[in-house]
Design a protein around this ligand. Structure first.
Ligand SMILES: Cc1cc2nc3c(=O)[nH]c(=O)nc-3n(C[C@H](O)[C@H](O)[C@H](O)COP(=O)(O)OP(=O)(O)OC[C@H]3O[C@@H](n4cnc5c(N)ncnc54)[C@H](O)[C@@H]3O)c2cc1C
Ligand code: SF4
Length: 488
């Protein structure tokens, strides 16, 4: 443990943000860096608890007190080594993770928790700046080959692990560029895309082959992959968007959030031609859905110059603090206000959209809502009750549907004859991540449903261990909760 009295001496401090009026002028990240001394003080707040609950709060099992201690002592290179022992891409999680570890931090019981996520981001950024993050090219090749389908965080972490074990790894990605939702879902103001390019360049140097514009099941035959590769890992995400089956959903101006976000990310990347242009400039925008995707639509609409931005959430407004039913160290469903919310959006909870209204040209001009109440009865699914006389008309020109995702696409499931679970995700147990087809594995959102980047990286790492075992009879690739194994 670094400083025994650190948590008594220093208050929690995190990076601040550039002013709203400045940051809305562009799509760049807008956090203001802290100096190294201030970060070391934050590391000193870690109490190195006997049982560090943050370990189990983190889906990767990051060795948090160990890197905090090294940060406190200014040993950044050592901290980076510890961080990489469990996390292939801390530059993604350090920016984007909702940090369940911080909710499980023991200091958080009666004080503000340690700023684990911000420390993580700074460790990796210092490591890149100092040139410590270099390609680790395997000394020996096994002669085995693995095809990974999908280049999101699960595909990238599986690829890096399997390449380090000496296998020839090829990643097939249907999009023009690598990264999955990191590239085409999450806006640049949360993750500038050169952060992905910087890491992908290292993966390529390590020996991983990336094939883009390669849509497996469409322009790349999955049968050929089965014959040419010794194992296949499916990392295609859970991309089927939830529709809203109400009157007027077909109107011009009603869009799925991902169509809007993908186009905006492509525009920021320099693309100028689109089949249908979706732009929020001078528009009254309503975003339906109060999660991460909805929040990204708000931030993007404000950057595009929307006239107004309104956000609806069908669930009731959560409490600001922890509810008694979600005690420490569990992840609490509390009210989360993102930097995008703070940039300007009217938020409404317990509200349900009943109908979209169009003009004679089928162009969206408004919508109708009702207020709702959730009825909870022991042992039953919560029931939604519409409140009488609460109907309201809203004017709007654009609606973005950020209602979540229903599961993976079916093309590969059908072509390979894969079994799915009751939620339509690909069935592959955490015991070995293998599907019902021998040699075909699944990881990330395609297996667990739409989730988090930290989970996708974790799944990719776990699956890689089992693929390696399948190919070699045993594996030295680390497994979570298996910290005694030699790390590769
Ligand atoms: C708008 C948005 C914002 C989010 N923000 C956050 C956040 O702030 N923090 C967080 O932790 N999580 C966030 N998430 C969730 C997170 O992005 C996902 O959980 C994570 O990206 C899942 O990783 P994955 O590798 O399983 O799949 P994905 O990232 O979805 O990647 C799947 C890849 O597979 C490719 N693919 C699919 N089928 C094929 C095929 N047949 N052939 C070739 N390629 C194929 C796709 O094109 C895609 O590139 C967000 C999600 C969305 C939609
Ligand atoms: S990856 Fe997320 S949960 Fe894990 S230590 Fe980092 S911020 Fe915490």
């Amino acid at each position: 443990m670094g400083k025994i009295t650190g948590f008594l001496e220093y208050k929690r401090e995190v990076e601040t943000y550039d002013k709203v009026k400045n940051r809305l002028k562009n799509y760049k990240e807008f956090t203001v860096s802290m100096d190294e001394k201030a970060l070391q003080n934050q590391g000193a707040r870690c109490m190195d608890c006997g049982i560090p609950f943050c370990h189990s709060g983190c889906p990767l099992g990051n060795l948090i007190p160990d890197f905090n201690d090294n940060v406190y002592k200014g040993k950044w290179k050592e901290a980076a080594k510890i961080l990489h022992a469990t996390n292939n891409f801390p530059e993604f999680t350090g920016r984007l993770c909702p940090a369940p570890c911080e909710e499980a931090c023991v200091l958080g019981i009666n004080e503000d928790p340690v700023t684990i996520e911000n420390i993580e981001k700074n460790i990796i950024e210092i490591a890149f700046k100092e040139g410590w993050i270099t390609a680790q090219i395997p000394e020996h090749r096994t002669g085995k080959s693995v095809a990974i389908i999908g280049s999101g965080p699960s595909g990238l972490s599986a690829a890096q692990q399997l390449n380090r074990a000496g296998h020839h790894v090829t990643v097939f990605e249907r999009d023009k560029k690598v990264g999955g939702l990191l590239r085409y879902g999450i806006p640049d103001f949360k993750l500038e895309k050169q952060i992905i390019d910087r890491r992908v360049a290292i993966l390529e140097e390590e020996g991983i082959t990336f094939k883009t514009n390669a849509h497996v099941g469409k322009n790349v035959s999955v049968e050929i992959l089965k014959n040419e590769f010794d194992a296949i890992v499916l990392c295609g995400g859970a991309t089927v968007r939830r529709p809203i089956p109400i009157k007027g959903a077909h109107l011009k101006g009603v869009h799925q959030a991902m169509d809007f976000l993908k186009q905006s990310n492509q525009r920021v990347d320099g693309q100028t031609k689109f089949e249908e242009v979706i732009l929020a400039k001078n528009k009254n925008v309503i975003v339906i859905g109060g999660g991460d995707t909805g929040s990204d639509c708000i931030g993007t609409s404000n950057r595009q110059g929307a006239k107004t931005v309104t956000n609806f959430e069908i669930l009731s407004k959560p409490s600001i603090g922890r509810a008694a039913t979600q005690p420490w160290p569990y992840w609490p469903m509390r009210l989360r206000t993102s930097s995008s919310h703070k940039e300007g959006a009217e938020r409404y909870f317990s509200i349900s959209t009943k109908e979209f209204i169009g003009d004679k040209n089928e162009k969206l001009i408004g919508l109708i809502t009702v207020e709702v109440e959730w009825i909870f009865k022991n042992g039953e699914r919560p029931q939604l009750k519409e409140l009488p006389n609460t109907e309201k008309h809203w004017n709007c020109d654009l609606v973005f549907l950020a209602l979540g995702f229903m599961g993976p696409e079916t093309t590969l499931i059908e072509q390979l004859g894969l079994e799915t679970d009751f939620r339509t995700n690909i069935k592959a147990s955490t015991h070995n991540y293998m599907t019902n087809i021998s040699g075909v594995f699944a990881a990330g959102d395609i297996r667990r449903g739409q989730s988090l980047i930290v989970w996708a990286i974790s799944e990719g790492r776990q699956a890689a261990h089992h693929v390696d075992s399948y190919l070699m009879g045993q594996s030295y690739l680390p497994l979570k909760d298996d910290n005694d194994l030699p790390r590769v």
